[in-house]
Design a protein around this ligand. Structure first.
Ligand code: ATP
Ligand code: MG
Length: 436
């Protein structure tokens, strides 16, 4: 059963229930009102009856007559326990009934005291129940028509109204289906400008779809760039091997060819390693308390050996314990220092690890040329190189890996140009549990 039908039936059911409850209360009120007015009507008859009988007694009329009675009322008059007057159809009510008004023998009965020529007497007035029942029956008949009519009307109106209300949902569904068919996640969703709940849903979906589209575009760019960067060393390798096979080669020439082929292969291996590291799919991240100063010191020692010409100062202060993944953090430090070596044009470098109360800060700076201010926000993008032609062997993935490692450790990564020149990279680790 669809929402429209369910809503219409629900509304109809609620209406029927409300009408029945209200009608029930009204029915009880009406019955008590009718019974009360019947009581008053019978009460008002007593003095008239008394006057009429008194007059008959004075004029010596016998037997006493009960005249000018209203419709549906029967009367019996008792004096000293005996019947002195009675209408023909008086119901079977005991002579000894006590005074008062109550239903007896399917009648509303009033038993009242009278005074007939100084003698105490009792008048028993009985009106059949029709005076009360007839209006109540009429009321119930009216209800039997109004309740189903009102229920049906509400069901029809709700059905029509919810149809109008749910129309934007149907439009949204149609556009969502088109979006799936065409794969265009940037399609405008109908109703996204409306201030109601459906409008909010459409807006949220539109924003989510746009984010998915961005993600898809970034992934496509990433894959294209990765494929492009793998193609160059592959093409170079192919040319080299074809060249080696083309004519007779001396063993020395062959060794040179193999050496160059190996360096192409090494470039491709580094690229695939970086891509795997960036994708984060290669291994689980494992965090342990470790000394960032100790880890950085080891990387510094290793890289100093590899590049002895560059002056690399290393300084550390305070407790530099962080909860971290040793492999990712080693890649982070390595990439930052290698960048200084590679892009800093041999200028002096400084690496500093400082432990403060709330955080541990790693700073890697060099006195090289730095990067243009406009390029600073883009440095961590995969495959971004400020000057691709000048860089040569770099893949443009080092800082993207640094960015991922910082993110995994919930650390803040920032780039700034230092004075008078050079790039300074700061990574701030908060103490405590990293958000993995
Ligand atoms: N210390 C630095 N001084 C000047 N430019 C830098 C420095 N570090 C990075 N850059 C610029 O930022 C770009 C991106 O750096 P990134 O480390 O991501 O890639 P890469 O060093 O070119 O290649 P690789 O993937 O091998 O690290 C570099 O190409 C370079 O233009
Ligand atoms: Mg790099």
């Amino acid at each position: 059963m669809n929402i429209r039908l369910r809503l219409a039936l629900g509304m109809a059911l609620v209406t029927a229930l409300v009408v029945v409850v209200v009608a029930g209360v009204q029915f009880l009120a009406l019955r008590s009102f009718l019974s009360l007015s019947e009581h008053e009507r019978l009460e008002m008859l007593v003095p008239t009856l008394e006057t009429s009988l008194e007059a008959q007694l004075r004029s010596g009329t016998a037997p006493l007559k009960l005249t000018a009675l209203p419709r549906n009322v029967d009367i019996r008059v008792l004096s000293a326990g005996k019947i002195v007057a009675q209408t023909n159809n008086f119901p079977a009510i005991a002579l000894t009934e006590s005074l008062g008004y109550r239903p007896l023998a399917k009648h509303n009965v009033l038993i009242a005291s009278m005074d007939l020529s100084g003698q105490p007497a009792t008048a028993q007035l009985a009106s059949d129940l029709l005076g009360v029942l007839n209006p109540l029956r009429a009321y119930l008949r009216a209800l039997a028509i109004t309740v189903p009519t009102a229920t049906l009307l509400v069901a029809l109106l709700s059905f029509a109204f919810t149809g109008r209300l749910l129309r934007p949902l149907a439009q949204l569904e149609a556009v969502a289906a088109r979006l799936g068919r065409e794969g265009n996640l940037r399609l405008a969703l109908p109703g996204a400008g409306q201030p109601d709940e459906l409008g909010r849903l459409a807006r949220t979906l539109q924003v989510t779809f746009a984010q998915l589209a961005d993600l898809r575009e970034r992934e496509a760019e990433f894959t294209q760039a990765a494929a492009h960067d793998l193609r160059s060393p592959l093409a170079a390798l192919k040319t080299r091997l074809q060249g080696a096979l083309a004519g007779p080669r001396t063993p020395i020439e062959l060794r040179e060819d193999i050496g160059e082929a190996l360096s192409d292969i090494e470039r491709m291996r580094r690229l695939t390693d970086d891509l795997l590291l960036l994708a984060g799919g290669e291994r689980e991240v494992q965090t342990l308390p470790l000394s960032l100063a100790h880890l950085t010191g080891e990387v510094v020692d290793r890289l100093r050996e590899r590049t002895p010409d560059v002056q690399l100062d290393f300084e550390t202060r305070g407790d530099t314990t962080v909860l971290g993944d040793a492999t990712l953090l080693t890649h982070l430090v390595e990439n930052l220092i290698e960048n200084g070596f590679r892009h800093g044009q041999g200028a002096d470098m400084q690496v500093c690890v400082v432990g403060e109360s709330e955080l541990v800060r790693l700073e890697v700076s060099d006195a090289g040329p730095g990067v243009p201010s406009a390029a600073l926000p883009r440095l961590a993008e995969p495959f971004y190189r400020v000057d691709a032609a000048r860089v040569g062997e770099g893949n443009g993935l080092g800082l993207a890996i640094v960015h991922r490692a910082a993110k995994v450790h919930a650390a803040e990564l920032s780039f700034e140009n230092s004075q008078p020149s050079g790039l300074k990279v700061v990574v701030e680790f908060r103490r405590g549990e990293p958000r993995l």
